[in-house]
Unconditional design. Structure first.
Length: 144
């Protein structure tokens, strides 16, 4: 089963080595799922959240515009697996061929999937198994 998530924003957390790194903070099922990202990925997600354009289109902006221009649409993104500390995601989309919808699924890094979701306003979903393994209460992360 999956749960619809809200992107609460970009925060910081401690990586295994102790250094502070940015994290996309998703909330679903009353829990928080921090996904560590690079500084560039954090900036791309933040810009999408704040609808803040860059001088030139960023990759996620370009992709969203191209898919729409070709008559496609993003349906949802899913954080659907966790293996050896690495999150996995899928992007579900549709394209139309002679008026018929064709569903497509693409493998994606969670940071890219989230950056696309905030630009296209498609839902973000997290599988129960991922939340069971990596979901954290807000007080543990310093959020309420």
């Amino acid at each position: 089963m999956s749960n619809t998530a809200e992107l609460e924003g970009i925060g910081t957390g401690r990586a295994a080595g102790g250094e502070l790194v940015p994290a996309a903070l998703l909330r679903a099922r009353g829990e928080y799922l921090p996904i560590f990202v690079t500084d560039d990925q954090a900036d791309a997600i933040r810009r999408g959240l704040e609808n803040e354009p860059f001088e030139r289109p960023l990759t996620h902006d370009l992709l969203a515009e191209m898919v729409a221009e070709f008559g496609g649409a993003f349906d949802r993104v899913r954080i659907d697996d966790l293996q050896d500390g690495t999150f996995y995601a899928k992007v579900d989309a549709q394209r139309y061929d002679e008026g018929e919808a064709q569903s497509l699924t693409f493998d994606a890094r969670p940071s890219d999937a989230v950056a696309i979701a905030v630009r296209t306003e498609c839902p973000i979903e997290i599988d129960d198994a991922v939340l069971d393994a990596a979901g954290r209460p807000g007080d543990e992360l310093g959020v309420e």
